[in-house]
Design a protein around this ligand. Structure first.
Ligand code: NIG
Ligand code: FE
Length: 416
């Protein structure tokens, strides 16, 4: 058995037992932590931790010569980030549209000209599964280096049965081969493909695509882009109804471009999360109260598209949990840097560092149903950890947001 002792930890933070529930409302402001700590990893999982008061370790460790020891150098040790919303399986890039955007076109205008998601779909169909895998793996590796240890990945650039299955097989291979924990989401309803009507495509999703996805067991979740110009709440309900027959839970794109009704339909179908929420009224906050659905905001896409940031503080004041994710995709957020997401949570959404840390670790772990494995420092969970340089405080991480403070990332106890 491989045993690794992390010693000389300045601050061990984000300590929550398995299955305690997401952090809601006021709880989001608190972090359970130990100043001056050690942590033991056995076979890739956290098997113990405690205070080292004066820098001294339990005597049983000192006598144990089989123990590998790593010195954290007085840095902070925190759970690796969980990114509960990404689209990292895509072909090529969309730099041309970036230039269109700089010339004044909005996301909707680019999509209406046949660009956007349809542009990525054209390219994806021409790209082999192997090549797609290579490109997605490179993005995933970059995210891991940045401190991310769990990633939800969506399909949605195939927009037909075979290319959607191709994307989901790429995600399955990432699941098998990456040290990060991966969850797969079937997002057939990302856009209406060229040459089809919305009605015909929704019918195809329900009667052909979902059954094929379910038959291969390729999706943990189902998603619909429920927004202005894409899919309506009624389309969404139809798709979620069909998915529920296979026991596939929803995670919904809602309220990015308009107050879409997506939050309400998501809650009605027991969605694990409703994501984006740049445009929300009090009605959406009310709808989420008492539900198990985690409101998830994607400040990287607000930043990149120049659209409003979600009302994170209002959701928290209403006693709700919130999660933050990167939305890494070629059109609205070409970055999977969760440290930047955390900084935007503080700088633009006025979250405290504690709220922001909970929003990028434990709460997104729940939003991707991975809380038993990741998202906190807990005995039995995977040793997915970030070790920082010796820095003045946790606040320094979002405050000095570009100083490269991450000294090491451990996934399953291995240094990445
Ligand atoms: O979450 N909003 C829909 N889907 C993505 C964008 C996808 C794309 O433009 O390629 C998003 O922002
Ligand atoms: Fe998205």
């Amino acid at each position: 058995m491989k045993r690794l002792l992390l010693k000389n930890i300045g601050l061990l933070t984000g300590i929550y037992p398995q299955d305690e529930g997401p952090k809601c409302g006021e709880e989001m402001s608190h972090l359970c932590q130990i100043s001056g700590a050690w942590l033991l990893i056995e076979d890739g999982r956290i098997s113990g931790f405690g205070a080292d008061s004066d820098g001294s370790l339990p005597s049983s460790f000192l006598a144990d010569s089989s123990l590998e020891v790593m010195d954290a150098g007085g840095g902070i040790v925190l759970p690796a980030f969980c990114d509960s919303h990404t689209h990292i399986v895509y072909a090529g890039t969309r730099e041309g549209e970036f230039l269109d955007k700089l010339n004044g076109l909005s996301y909707e205008e680019i999509a209406a000209r046949g660009g956007g998601i349809l542009n990525s779909a054209d390219l994806l169909r021409k790209t082999s599964e192997e090549e797609l895998y290579i490109q997605a793996r490179a993005r995933l590796q970059e995210m891991i280096k940045g401190g991310t240890g769990a990633v939800e990945i969506k399909s949605g650039y195939g927009l037909d049965t075979e290319p959607e299955l191709k994307m989901l097989r790429v995600i399955r291979r990432l699941k098998e081969e990456s040290p990060a924990l991966i969850k797969a989401t079937f997002l057939g309803a990302h856009a209406v493909p060229r040459g089809s009507t919305k009605e015909a495509y929704v019918e195809k999703i329900c009667s052909e695509m979902l059954p094929a996805v379910a038959a291969e067991g390729l999706a943990d979740f189902v998603d619909v882009f429920c927004d202005d110009g894409f899919f309506s709440p009624a389309d969404t309900a139809r798709i979620l109804e069909a998915a529920s027959r296979y026991g596939i839970r929803p995670k919904i794109h809602a309220n990015e471009l308009a107050v879409s009704g997506g939050v309400q339909v998501g809650v009605r179908y027991g969605a694990l999360s409703v994501d984006h929420l740049e445009r929300t009224t009090d009605a959406e906050i009310e709808a989420l109260k008492g539900s198990k659905t985690i409101p998830t905001m994607l400040p990287g896409s607000s930043f990149f598209l120049g659209i409003p940031y979600g009302r994170a503080k209002d959701f928290i004041a209403a006693g709700l949990p919130i999660a933050l994710a990167s939305d890494y995709n070629p059109g609205s957020s070409p970055s999977g840097n969760m440290r930047f997401v955390m900084a935007l949570g503080c700088i633009k959404m006025r979250l405290t560092p504690a709220q922001a840390l909970n929003a990028v670790t434990i709460n997104p772990a729940y939003a991707m149903d991975a809380q038993k494995e990741v998202g906190s420092i807990a005995i039995g969970k995977r040793a997915n950890l970030i070790i920082t340089d010796k820095i003045p405080s946790l606040t320094f991480i979002p405050y000095h947001y570009q100083t490269p403070v991450i000294k090491a990332v451990l996934l399953g106890g291995d240094v990445m």
